[in-house]
Design a binder for this molecule. Structure first.
Ligand code: ATP
Ligand code: MG
Length: 546
């Protein structure tokens, strides 16, 4: 079992339980349903769920849906599926909008306490009056409206009597605070938009900074974990909790965001890639979205092991994509059958093997995992080998594959020796002619000669046609390239190869994964058919970055 290592949040939780500050650990994962989740979100999901689990607590999945303009139920459903796929069952699935009534009451309470006011300034004026880090802000001329007037105006805002942008509700805190978030932040704005959950019940919507702490309070969240960019919002979070006099007092704790080299991890950028057609969709296997990774063949176990290996710190961190790939390989290695596929074939004729004969040779599916069983692999006069495993050039002594006059072992089968190469009219290899030695059958213990290496093959008449999708990073990190991100998209990041897999491949359901010997881990794509199998290379056998 994978265990979460010691980290600063775990220590805080231990202390809070020990001192009796909290009775149980309650966390939440609060995505905004405006995009698909990516591998960065996995850090937040895993951290929240694993920590609560460790202490026998619970975790909510709460949709932070206070901005109906950008949200959609499509994302709600996708996010639920992603969390479940990662192996987590939320204690409850809730929506921030479930608490709109409560938030409204708390806004009224703030007005009554003289801590909130309705402002008529425009968006631009509010921004201008806010001041800068070096200059204090200017108070709005509407800041000192009476409680009665504020209550009446806020009620009229709720009833839909004003246009968008005409009025907002602001907290009355401190226009000269060194923390810009405390300079009378907006609590509610008018949006005449139907909400995907509450439909047309509301035309005023709370801002994140006001809504979030109240939602946490409603659910009894003890440790409200969020990424580092919310650090400066913490004083406001605490201000809301204190002044709204909530029954429960949650605590916000920030952790560092996870970045991965050569990987775009911002929702905005991922959306742009989809909208501009640079990828085939959110589940494009090159995307770092959870749906993309799943389609590519990455398992939830690999994601978890990787995320936990990155630890959890207070600062943002960048991890090498190599590290992610390492965990993908480690997870698949004992789990999947190792079979033979030729992604870029050349035809081989075994001239001394009888026409029409096929024999079947034994092979175990995974020497590390007997549960995966064994299979029979075909061998005949017609085979395919990998183009890369043959050279027309005169080989040097380090070359461990096939060439004219050389002998190699075909994995699970016989030694073959190349005697002739047939070229087409353009000088390309059409087929190669070899002879096999019956004595050298795999498993026979033959050791009279040493072959010039071992290569894999597939038998041609039983082989199944396949398309192999190979992927390169969508965007390559390069400090010296300052072009906008969308221009740095790698146009050659999806490479298609056409070849064959052995006819004895155990099964070809979508998401079935294999190790293709000497090549990499591959997973059956959703576009795969019986007549043309399609595989996505999940990860190469060896790192290509070294
Ligand atoms: P983005 O910046 O990509 O648009 P977001 O933070 O706005 O993402 P949310 O839906 O608000 O997206 O994210 C839900 C949770 O996931 C938040 O608590 C956020 O902090 C966390 N999260 C998002 N990206 C990362 C990341 N790269 N590393 C760690 N946590 C992340
Ligand atoms: Mg966010």
């Amino acid at each position: 079992m994978i265990m979460i290592e010691s980290n600063f949040i775990k220590t805080i939780m231990e202390n809070d339980l020990e001192t009796g500050k909290v009775k149980e650990i309650v966390t939440r994962f609060p995505p905004e349903p405006n995009a698909y989740l990516h591998i960065g979100h996995a850090r937040a999901i895993i951290t929240n769920f694993e920590l609560a689990k460790l202490f026998g607590g619970k975790t909510y999945l709460r949709f932070d849906d206070t901005n109906p303009a950008k949200e959609d139920v499509e994302y709600v459903e996708a996010i639920k599926k992603d969390v479940e796929w990662l192996g987590y069952k939320p204690y409850k699935i809730t929506f921030g909008s479930d608490y709109f009534d409560y938030q409204y009451e708390k806004a009224v309470l703030l007005i009554k306490k003289g801590l909130a006011y309705v402002d008529d300034l425009s968006q631009e004026e509010i921004a201008k009056y806010r001041g800068t880090l070096t200059e204090p802000g200017i108070e709005s001329p509407y800041r000192n409206r009476s409680v009665e007037e504020n209550l009446e105006l806020f009620e009229r805002m709720r009833k839909g009597e004003f246009k968008e942008g005409e009025k907002v509700l602001r907290a009355k805190i401190d226009m000269s605070s060194p923390n810009l978030n405390l300079r009378d932040p907006i609590l509610y704005r008018i949006l005449h938009i139907e909400h995907h959950q509450t439909k047309d019940k509301w035309c005023i919507y709370p801002m994140y900074d006001f809504a979030h702490p109240l939602q946490d309070a409603c659910e009894g969240i003890t440790h409200s974990l969020c990424s580092l960019e919310f650090e400066n919002n913490r004083p406001l979070y605490e201000w809301v909790i204190e002044n709204c006099e909530t029954d429960h007092i949650p605590r916000q704790i920030e952790f560092g965001r996870l970045n991965i080299t050569n990987t775009v991890m911002s929702k905005r950028y991922l959306k742009q890639l989809v909208d501009e057609g640079k990828v085939t969709g959110y589940d494009d296997p090159r995307m770092p979205t959870l749906v993309g990774l799943r389609r590519r063949g990455v398992t939830p176990e690999a994601i978890k092991a990787f995320i936990l290996s990155t630890g959890l710190s207070r600062v943002n961190s960048t991890v090498d994509v190599d590290q992610f790939e390492h965990f993908i390989r480690e997870d698949l290695k004992p789990k999947v059958s190792r079979i033979m596929a030729v992604v870029d074939p050349i035809k081989v004729v075994i001239t001394n093997y009888p026409e029409g004969k096929i024999e079947y040779l034994d092979a175990v599916n995974n020497a590390e995992n007997p549960d995966l069983g064994s299979r029979k692999i075909a061998f005949s006069r017609y085979l395919y080998i990998e183009r890369d495993d043959f050279t027309l050039e005169k080989p040097n002594k380090n070359y461990k594959r096939l060439a004219l006059g050389l002998e190699v072992r075909l994995m699970h089968a016989y030694f073959i020796k190349c005697n002739d190469v047939i070229l087409d009219e353009n000088g390309n290899i059409k087929e190669i002619h070899c002879t096999y030695d019956e004595q050298t059958k795999s498993g026979s213990g033959f050791n009279a000669r040493k072959p010039n290496g071992t290569i894999h093959y597939v038998e041609a008449t039983t082989a199944r046609k396949a398309t192999f999708n190979l992927f390169e990073p969508l965007i390559i990190d390069d400090e010296n390239d300052d072009r906008p991100f969308i221009e740095r998209v790698n146009p050659n990041s999806w490479i298609k190869k056409y070849g064959f897999v052995e006819g004895s491949i155990p099964s070809t359901n979508v998401l079935d994964s294999y190790q293709f010997i000497r090549n990499g881990y591959y997973t059956v794509d959703k576009e795969s058919t019986e007549d043309n199998l399609v595989f996505n290379r999940t990860v190469a056998l060896k790192s290509s970055y070294r």
